[in-house]
Write a protein that binds this ligand. Structure first.
Ligand code: SF4
Ligand code: SF4
Ligand code: SF4
Length: 575
């Protein structure tokens, strides 16, 4: 059943607001992700409405319905009586014409089924066998009781919902192959389509907003009225969507056998159910609606921003519209409308107190006074959240105060112990805060807070950042009066108009660099001197070599000459 409500994971910002607003806490936070637990959800729609990111959506049955129409299937509409709130300028004749333009075969009001449901409630009142009679018209209330109050299922009227009653009547009159499409303000009707208890009675459920979009897409003409339309002889069941609407439909005399009470809004319904269970109340006929304002306050009408007051007004007017058209063939068809309710509780392993205390202690809640019960994690109390952790639905890190304390103590440790000086400067360039390293570096006393930063540092960089909005990173700045060379990083914390300043003392590095520079210069000068000397020696050697070579050349030439002369003389003698 998880598929009814979907989640756009990338849109979810893990704010836990949906968990906070889920009346049965059927939303888990696992693997850093929200997840609806289908076997615990009662499809009240709260989580969709409260999500500030609109990360959740209802999976639409529209493609399925359109496909069936295209395939030539005969689709019969069971139209929730609250349609008049979503489409106030219409009535059953206009809605019938509009829906037929979309391809539906026949249109009737679900209120026809509601009338038969009322008759079943009256029978139960007459029998007077039940301790209390809790109405079963709201599928979310049925799920709430079946999943969370198994002991109260015997007090839930064993009667089908109006739409199931109506679907049975449609199939009785138009044949078992008739496909019934419910259109209404409710998400839990989508669940009714899928609930195996209902077999294939419902083909699908559409919501009013889906229908509105479809009407717009097809440019449906609302000026027409369906002359073949069917209405209702008894229009009183059109009150069903308003709180107290069921009680209004009961026979006045007969209903006096029980104390009749209408309760709407899931939290108040839970209070009432708790009270029945705890205080063993009896003698009540309880009309329970999960939505505040009944179906008129259903999640879809709320998401369409339709005001309850206007809805109630148009609904009352619609009840008063009589003899609009001949009554539907289904009206008054009496069938079997009873059903059994069964427990659908989720089996959970038992959790002992020791484990709960261990989880509480792991987030610093070592005594009841330390349990803040702030609700930030999505759970009403620290204890509830600890139990959810043990059930695998929540995670220890969801405790925001604990995580904040942890982050604060970590950052405090870093700030207090870092050798980097840290200053916070306001937009008037006065010192707001500083850490011990900054105090030591700049000789700041306690009175430094509130003093102009220019009394200790050059304010040039700070003014530049404030005026330009551009941060300055690692700017080297010498402060001769302090005997310091600092590397300054100035960051603008935009919203707060505060400057966050990091001061790294690089005086020693600078001194070392200076020393290194001097050594390098001296070495270079010395090397130059040596080279020059060497060059001079080379030159001298070259000169010497040059002279010697010349003399040698002259001597050798002379020697050669002499040898040649001697040879010539010898040859003359031989001749
Ligand atoms: S409300 Fe739920 S789904 Fe929406 S952003 Fe917050 S945690 Fe995510
Ligand atoms: S639909 Fe209702 S019950 Fe289901 S998860 Fe959302 S808030 Fe909870
Ligand atoms: S203190 Fe933590 S665990 Fe307790 S309710 Fe607040 S956020 Fe949840």
């Amino acid at each position: 059943m998880e598929g009814i409500i979907g989640l756009n994971k990338s849109d979810c910002k893990n704010c836990y607001k949906c968990i906070r607003n889920c009346p049965v806490k059927s939303i888990a936070y696992r693997d850093e992700q929200i997840q609806i637990l289908g076997d615990e959800c009662i499809y009240c729609g709260n989580c969709l409405l409260v999500c500030p990111q609109n990360a959740k959506y209802i999976n639409s049955d529209l493609p399925k319905v359109k496909k069936a129409i295209e395939a030539g299937e005969k689709l019969y509409v069971s139209l929730a009586p609250s349609y008049i709130a979503a489409f106030p300028q219409t009535g059953i004749l206009k809605m019938s014409a509009a829906l037929k333009q979309l391809g539906f075969t026949h249109v009737e009001e679900t209120a026809i089924g509601a009338e038969q449901v009322t008759r079943e409630y009256e029978k139960l009142i007459r029998k007077h066998k039940m301790q209390n009679i809790i109405t079963s018209a709201c599928p979310s209330i049925n799920l709430l009781i079946e999943k969370n109050y198994p002991l109260l299922t015997s007090q839930l009227a064993p009667v089908v919902t109006p739409v199931i009653a109506h679907a049975r009547m449609i199939k009785q009159i138009y044949g078992v192959r008739a496909k019934v499409v419910f259109i209404g303000p409710c998400i839990s009707k989508k669940y009714e389509c899928l609930d195996p208890v209902n077999g294939n009675l419902l083909f699908s459920a559409l919501t009013f907003d889906e229908l509105q979009n479809w009407f717009q897409e097809e440019n449906v003409d609302f000026s027409q009225e369906d002359q073949n339309s069917r209405a209702m002889a008894n229009t009183l069941p059109r009150y069903y969507p308003a709180p107290g609407g069921i009680i209004k439909n009961l026979n006045r005399k007969e209903r006096a056998a029980y104390e009749c009470l209408s309760v709407d809004g899931v939290d108040r319904c839970i209070e009432v159910l708790d009270s029945i269970q705890r205080d063993k109340l009896s003698g009540y006929f309880l009309e329970l609606n999960a939505c505040a304002g009944g179906c008129l306050g259903g999640p879809i009408l709320r998401s369409m921003n339709i005001s309850f007051l206007l809805s109630k007004n148009v609904l009352v007017r619609n009840v008063k519209r009589v003899n609009e058209a001949p009554p539907a063939l289904t009206e008054g068809v009496s069938l079997q409308f009873m059903r059994k309710h069964r427990s659908r509780t989720v089996k959970r392993k038992s959790i002992d107190e020791k484990k709960i205390r261990e989880i509480l202690a792991s987030t610093g809640k070592t005594s009841p006074e330390k349990e803040l019960n702030c609700g930030c994690c999505g759970y009403n109390t620290c204890r509830e959240k600890a139990i959810a952790v043990l059930q695998g639905k929540a995670n220890i890190n969801m405790c925001i105060p604990y995580m904040r304390d942890l982050a604060e103590s970590m950052s405090n440790t870093v700030v207090e112990n870092t050798p980097t000086g840290i200053l916070m400067i306001n937009s008037q360039l006065n010192i707001e805060q500083y850490n011990p390293a900054a105090a030591k570096l700049l000789n700041l006393s306690e009175e430094a807070v509130g003093r102009p930063v220019s009394s200790v540092l050059s304010s040039k960089d700070f003014e530049k950042v404030l005026n330009s909005g551009k941060n300055i990173l690692n700017h080297k700045q010498a402060y001769h009066s302090l005997g310091l060379v600092l590397e300054q990083t100035v960051v603008l914390v935009r919203n707060a108009q505060t400057l966050f300043v990091l001061l790294k003392d690089i005086t020693q590095e600078e001194k070392m660099l200076e020393k290194h520079r001097k050594v390098t210069e001296e070495t270079a000068a010395f090397a130059k001197e040596v080279v020059n000397k060497q060059m001079r020696i080379v030159q001298e050697i070259t000169n010497l070599l040059g002279e010697t070579t010349c003399e040698t050349k002259v001597a050798l030439l002379q020697l050669t000459k002499n040898i040649v002369s001697e040879k010539d003389a010898e040859n003359v003698h031989k001749d």
